[in-house]
Design a protein around this ligand. Structure first.
Ligand code: UD1
Ligand code: UDP
Length: 382
């Protein structure tokens, strides 16, 4: 029997975290699949951190990241650099993830090549093309050319059905981020877990205080949004000397500049470099509250029972908002301060937002995806 040829393509930190367990799952089925990994390296350092933790060596590294890159050049570079990879390897199936420029451009390139496109984390929508920008457009374009949609939840499947996607081609799997999270939680809690970054955190962070963990990077928040966010964090730090804000700052220069300009020197705000995934998971587990504009963290935090204030006006992940562990606060300074202050001062409000639940999966998403390709693909793929 000829082995099915799989190509898994990703480019940024969150895609790598969410695709790493899928790479492992395909590699566990070496008799059925030939699996290769291609990274666009839309991110560099932040991607390499993930590859190193999950011990993945890419077969193709397009090495495309440029400092301060723009969307036009990045999109064009991904398209043209993928052509020889697709022509040389001739995959049967190309797996893409989520909603980045890598996802969208890889889907287009794969469509041109004639291979089948499998979209992991399919069907998320805010129904607002400008928010998140350009991610909502990226996932809509990807959905148009996708052959198999691996949707994380019932809601994401329904979104695709409303767009007239064929029901047989939509498979609910849960989100692969929970596979990655459970693997990592297990690792960081094992008795012989040793990690340089965790040792650094133990020195830098005052864990006797309540830990507020912050991340942010969304393009639509660049400029005024980030200034508001920084002012809110400064006010929170000054009002609450019993809290410690820890902020691993994304490497995008549009984030680095305002954050370091506005928040350096505040004694209970610790600005640090992006953390590798295990150290970040370790820190999420230790945190009292998470304030973020991240997509992935909205999915991880409910599984850890951590409340999340989301600095966005829209979310494509309504499940945890509906169950009350995630609250949208936008980038209005007063709103961020008010909602964080409520959680700091009001035990009842805190309890309500910090129950543990798993709306995004049970850690078996990758098995479901691989089993589907093994068993059913020939019946359903058009
Ligand atoms: C990208 C994705 C976004 C995703 C986010 C996850 C797009 C358009 N954006 O946003 O959907 O949510 O990643 O973090 O696809 N940089 C480094 N080293 C790194 C990573 C980034 O120096 O390892 C700097 C570079 O100057 C780079 C810049 O950050 O040019 C922007 O990177 P880019 O991938 O274009 O945008 P992000 O804001 O990271
Ligand atoms: N993360 C990490 N180190 C950090 C900050 C975040 O490993 O310093 C992880 C986080 O746990 C989540 C993912 O990175 O799995 C989210 O990435 P990001 O917020 O950059 O992208 P998004 O999810 O918004 O696309």
């Amino acid at each position: 029997m000829n082995k099915k040829k799989i190509l898994i393509v990703f480019g940024t930190r969150p895609e790598a975290i969410k695709m790493a367990p899928l790479v492992k799952e395909f590699q566990n089925n070496i008799n059925i699949f030939e699996t290769k990994v291609c990274i666009t390296a839309q991110h560099r350092e932040m991607l390499d951190q993930v590859l190193s933790f999950f011990e993945i060596t890419p077969d193709f590294d397009l090495d495309l990241m440029k400092p301060g890159q723009n969307l036009y050049d990045l999109t064009a570079a991904i398209l043209s650099n993928l052509k020889p990879v697709l022509e040389e390897y001739k995959p049967d199936f190309v797996f893409v993830h989520g909603d980045t420029t890598t996802t969208m451009a890889t889907s287009l390139a794969t469509f041109y090549s004639g291979a089948k496109i499998c979209h992991v984390e399919a069907g998320l929508r805010t129904f607002n093309m400008q928010s998140p920008f350009p991610e909502e457009m990226n996932r809509c374009v990807t959905s148009i050319v996708t052959n198999l949609h691996f949707a994380p939840t019932k809601t994401s499947k329904e979104n695709l059905i409303k767009e007239n996607k064929t029901e047989n081609c939509i498979i609910i799997t849960g989100n692969t981020v929970i596979d990655a999270l459970l693997y990592s939680v297990n690792k960081v809690n094992s008795p012989n877990f040793e990690d340089e970054e965790v040792n650094m955190l133990k020195h830098v962070v005052d864990f006797d205080k309540r830990l507020i963990l912050v991340t942010g990077h969304r393009r639509e928040n660049h400029g005024k949004g980030f200034i508001n966010i920084c002012e809110a964090l400064k006010e929170l730090a000054i009002k609450n000397p019993n809290c410690e804000i820890v902020y691993p700052v994304h490497l995008n220069p549009n984030v680095q500049k305002p954050v370091y300009d506005l928040l350096s020197g505040v004694s209970n705000i610790k600005l640090i470099s992006p953390l590798s995934y295990p150290a970040f998971v370790w820190l999420m587990e230790k945190s009292f509250l998470i304030i973020t504009d991240s997509g992935g963290i909205q999915e991880e935090a409910p599984s850890l029972g951590k409340p999340v204030l989301v600095m966005r006006n829209t979310t494509e992940r309504p499940e945890a908002v509906e169950t009350g562990t995630v609250l949208l606060v936008g980038t209005d300074k007063q709103k961020i301060v008010k909602e964080a202050q409520t959680l700091i001062n009001n035990e009842e409000a805190y309890k309500k937002m910090s129950h543990l639940h798993n709306p995004y999966g049970d850690g078996t998403a990758c098995k479901k995806i691989v089993n589907y390709i093994k068993e059913k693909e020939t019946i359903f793929v058009k």
